[in-house]
Structures are given as structure tokens and as C-alpha cells.
Write a protein that binds this ligand. Structure first.
Ligand code: ATR
Length: 277
């Protein structure tokens, strides 16, 4: 039987997920399809039940990552904590929601900067407090990091994320200006805001004048491949972690949820880079 997979969101015509999941299916000899299901916000309520019933598994993206929850039968612990779902599996009609973003980020971090995984006392700064930041914060905390600060334009949103911390964790919420001044305190900076994403590629969320050399810097934006923020960090001598790797690892985890098989990312990293550069 063919595996019926898809992506629900709007607008998603240019999504890279079909390319990634078709490669995973070829590699694992699984017959199936991965369709783009663009659902207009006006039509969501009316169409969603019929759509979700006809898939074995699907991804959910903007603007439906929260809205989908009321249509599901069960949430895994991580998705429930984050309050956002990007992957659903249909188990004999029972819909179970997961969020693979944060774990995808942590897996990609491990592949790019393996040494930091051994230093759980490292100080981390997350820039941004949107849905992606929430998932990444919880996943970093879950895998043992205990000093994770959050800088955001709107402090209340960062404070809401900080409430999700484990008891042993210290999180300070700061503003973007403060982040610029204290950037030298951190071993890892994770840029999760939408600032610098195409078509606004000339913007940066903060200035990096005080960035020391050899700091690890991630940007989860993958279009453009080189955000202005990453270019500036690179010029300052930072170790760079590009956004397309998180995209690959979150997809790998989603595929694993649907099939039980962890596909290899060998060659895909290089090929996706070629597509995006
Ligand atoms: P996602 O789900 O992809 O994380 P999001 O929930 O829309 O996206 O979050 C976007 C993030 O980018 C937020 O942290 C947002 O800051 P606010 O919480 O203050 O809105 C941040 N962001 C977007 N535009 C920004 C800008 N011009 N300057 C600073 N931060 C910005």
C-alpha cells in the first residue's frame, strides 16, 4: 500500500518538504506520495476533517500549527508542552500530533557542533520568542542545557517561554539591545526571529559588534542560505550553523514517526545546499 503523506499550510507552494520526503521514500524503498495541500484560512474549518482523514501522515505549517490541535485525538508530551504541532500520524483513524522542530534543531546542532553537546553548562542565547523558539528552548532544556537566555522584541512572549523551563534551569529574559551588549557571555547564539528572511534579506535582528571569535552561531532561516546575520557572524570568526540542517533533521524525525525508519541525511545536506545557494 502506498504511504499517503502531505503538507497542510498556507502559502506553501515553494515548500522544500516534498523534495526532502520523496528522497527519503526513494532511499528507504517506501512507495508513496507527499502532496502539497494548500488550504486557504477561510476554508480551513470546512475542509480540514476530510483532508486529514485521507492521509497516513502529514506535516502542518503556518498558519495552522496551533489550530490543528483541536482536530487531533492525542498529543505527544513535547507537542503538548509547546502547544504546537507540525507532524501528525494517522494510526487507524486516531490522529496523534507531534512537534519535530526542537528535536530537529538539537539533532542538527549535534551534527554541526558535536563538542557543545558535551558541555551542558554552556550559556545559550535564543533570539526570538515565536513558535520555533519555543520548540528549540524546550528541546535544548530537555537534552540537558541549563543556562538558556531569551532575547525578544516583545518581552512577554519570551517570559511565557521561560515558564516552560525545568526546575534546575536558569533563564533570563532580555531585550535585543541588551543582547547586543552581552553577546560575549554566550557559547551558542540561536537566531530564530523572522528578521533577515527573504525578501527582507538586508535586515539583522541585532548587531554583532561585540561577538567574540569562535562562538557557535545558528540561524534557523534557510532562505537565503547565507542570512546577513550569519555572514556578519562568519566575518567575526564565529562557527556557523545554517538553517537548512534543522529543516533536514526535523523532516528526518517526522519521517521516522510515520515509518519507524530513520533515513540517512548523507548527500542530502550537500544537495539541499546546492538547491538553496
Ligand atoms: P516562528 O513561528 O517561525 O518562530 P513567529 O511566531 O511569527 O514565527 O515569530 C517571529 C519572531 O520574530 C518573534 O520573536 C518576533 O518578535 P515579537 O515576538 O516581538 O513579534 C520576531 N520578529 C519579527 N519581526 C521582527 C522585527 N522587525 N524585529 C525584531 N523581532 C522581530
Amino acid at each position: 500500500m502506498e504511504l499517503r503523506l502531505g503538507l497542510i499550510g498556507y502559502p506553501i507552494k515553494h515548500s522544500l518538504s516534498p523534495w526532502i520526503h520523496k528522497r527519503f521514500m526513494q532511499q528507504t524503498n517506501i512507495e508513496g506520495t507527499y502532496r502539497i495541500v494548500e488550504v486557504l484560512p477561510d476554508e480551513f474549518e470546512q475542509l480540514i476533517t476530510r483532508i486529514i482523514d485521507s492521509y497516513d501522515g502529514f506535516n502542518v505549517t503556518v498558519p495552522y500549527k496551533q489550530k490543528i490541535i483541536s482536530y487531533l485525538d492525542e498529543l505527544d508530551e513535547n507537542a503538548a508542552k509547546i502547544g504546537s504541532v507540525n507532524t501528525v500520524i494517522n494510526v487507524e483513524g486516531r490522529l496523534i500530533g507531534y512537534n519535530t522542530d526542537g528535536i530537529g534543531y538539537v539533532r542538527s546542532l549535534e551534527s554541526s557542533f558535536p563538542e557543545i553537546m558535551e558541555k551542558k553548562k554552556s550559556k545559550i542565547l535564543i533570539l526570538g520568542a515565536g513558535g520555533a523558539a519555543r520548540g528549540i528552548y524546550v528541546a535544548l532544556n530537555q537534552c540537558g542545557f541549563q543556562f538558556i537566555d531569551i532575547a525578544n522584541r516583545t518581552k512577554e512572549k519570551a517570559e511565557a517561554i521561560a515558564k516552560l523551563r525545568k526546575k534546575s534551569t536558569t533563564t533570563e529574559v532580555i531585550g535585543l539591545k541588551q543582547a547586543e551588549e552581552h553577546i560575549g557571555n554566550y557559547s551558542l547564539i540561536v537566531q530564530t526571529t523572522s528578521v533577515g528572511m527573504l525578501p527582507n534579506q538586508d535586515m539583522v535582528p541585532i548587531q554583532l559588534h561585540h561577538l567574540p571569535k569562535k562562538v557557535n552561531v545558528s540561524d534557523i532561516i534557510y532562505q537565503p542560505f547565507w542570512t546577513k546575520f550569519l555572514k556578519e557572524a562568519n566575518d567575526k570568526g564565529a562557527n556557523i550553523h545554517h538553517g537548512h540542517t534543522m529543516l533536514l533533521y526535523q523532516a528526518q524525525y517526522a519521517f521516522e514517526i510515520w515509518t519507524g525508519i530513520r533515513p540517512s541525511l548523507e548527500n542530502m545536506n550537500r544537495d539541499l545546499k546546492l538547491l538553496l545557494e
